[in-house]
Design a protein around this ligand. Structure first.
Ligand code: ZN
Length: 446
């Protein structure tokens, strides 16, 4: 051992357990993660780290499991302000009679800024480091995520009809293209194209979305086959299943993320495998709105990349991705009639590396591997509700909820330390949230 073998680095995390995700199915013990700048410099046994690295900061996590940050691949962040406002209703009643009127009344730049910050506070506290959003004023969401230091895919909305954000498809597409240009090459913010659903966007704008994606490399995210009604109505009106119509328009491809997919035929599976499109599974929203269940295990068996999302807090009603992972694992077993379907380790991979794949950033995100960006979380397993520990992976999926997350880093920057948010002023945020809630309650009462 000589002095010249010692490398200087920024942060060293000493973990009791470490789940790197790559390779899948592995739990390591007494490992150190070394962060240099924005990236992971090394993952190695603690004893080796003592010999090889000197860091300016060391964090000991003797009761914790350390893993890559979670990737929440679908949501409408600012809808956090509508959490619990209207429950126990079928999708179209919920949208027509509650969500859309409230959106019409309240959505503004300030509502989006405050709602997005509330969502980010919850996501960060529960282990998410990257999220995908699809909502109005995407430029505000992008700035808000950037200012907080959260990684985010920001899907600008595309619909046939006017909304608070634009007069129609032409304006959505031109504003969307400006958003893509504005964040070109940014590490944190990934603008994407968000055609709402096949039943709200006609062929012309969908074709233009494909052209924009080809021109810029932006991802496309679309709600697809969310309910049986959606598929039946399309068959009646257009003579095709929505996925088939999208495939004919060129919408399905390796840059496309199909959200929900609760209705799946063999021909749909063939389209997904042939085109390389990704599926974003949102089981809790599907359960709560009685939309149906996505056959997660079957899709994965066919080699389709499956990632996971919470959907908005108005249809979930939380953004805790650990809860979503647990539901996904449970539901997969019932749907497949096989208790081995979607194992704990596979479920963790769905919420990390598979999300990175859907974003096209699997070389940089989604696992704890030297060279990747330092998006890391730690979960404390010392609480009675997750004791004793035989298998940390089992606990993360079947026993944990996100509030056991104590630390997170994004791009090597601390976001949660000892369970506290470092970059969001929570008391100030709560004042703004309560002000919105007062106005929404007033409208509900009128
Ligand atoms: Zn959604």
């Amino acid at each position: 051992m000589t002095a010249d073998t010692i490398t200087a680095a920024d942060i060293r995390i000493n973990a009791r357990w470490l789940i790197p995700i790559e390779p899948c199915g592995v739990v390591l013990e007494h490992q150190a993660v070394i962060i240099q700048g924005t990236r992971i410099a090394a993952v190695l046994p603690v004893a080796d780290a003592d010999r090889k690295f000197r860091t300016r900061e060391t964090i000991d996590l003797p009761h914790h499991v350390v893993m890559p940050g979670l990737i929440n691949m679908h949501g409408h962040a600012a809808m956090a302000l509508f959490r619990g406002m209207a429950d126990d209703l079928p999708l179209m009643t919920w949208l027509n009679d509650h969500i859309w009127p409230a959106e019409g009344r309240f959505i503004s730049e300030q509502f989006i800024a405050d709602g997005t910050q509330l969502a980010m506070a919850e996501m960060l506290r529960t282990g998410t480091t990257t999220f995908s959003d699809m909502y109005f004023f995407p430029e505000i969401v992008a700035q808000s995520a950037y200012d907080t230091g959260m990684r985010a895919q920001i899907c600008f909305p595309l619909l046939d009809f006017p909304t608070v954000w634009g007069s129609g498809p032409d304006e959505y597409l031109s504003k969307g293209e400006s958003l893509i240009e504005a964040w070109k090459g940014d590490d944190y913010i990934m603008p994407a194209i968000g055609p709402h659903a096949p039943y709200t966007v006609s062929d012309g704008p969908l074709a233009e979305a494909v052209a924009l994606s080809e021109r810029t490399g932006a991802r496309i995210q679309i709600h697809l086959h969310e309910t049986e009604f959606e598929v039946a109505e399309a068959l009646e009106k257009q003579g095709k299943r929505p996925a088939e119509r999208l495939a004919k328009l060129g919408v399905l491809g390796t840059r496309t993320q199909c959200v929900h997919m609760t209705q799946i035929s063999d021909s749909d599976i063939a389209l997904l495998t042939d085109t390389g499109a990704h599926v974003i599974h949102c089981p809790e929203s599907n359960l709560k709105l009685a939309s149906g269940l996505c056959p997660a295990h079957k899709l994965m068996e066919h080699g389709i990349n499956l990632a996971i999302g919470t959907d908005g807090a108005a249809s979930n009603n939380d953004l805790d991705l650990f809860g979503e992972i647990r539901t996904a694992a449970m539901v997969a077993k019932v749907v497949a009639n096989d208790a081995a379907a979607l194992s704990a380790h596979k479920a963790l991979q769905v919420a990390t590396l598979n999300g990175a794949r859907a974003l096209g950033r699997e070389d940089e995100l989604g696992s704890l591997v030297a060279g990747k960006l330092a998006d890391i979380i730690a979960v404390d397993l010392s609480d009675p509700f997750i004791q004793p520990v035989y298998d940390p992976a089992s606990h993360l999926v079947y026993s944990n909820h996100g509030r056991a997350v104590t630390h997170s880093w994004i791009n090597g920057v601390p976001q949660v330390q000892e369970g506290k948010l470092t970059r969001i002023d929570v008391p100030d945020l709560m004042l703004r949230v309560e002000d919105w809630a007062r106005q929404i309650r007033q409208q509900q009462a009128d």
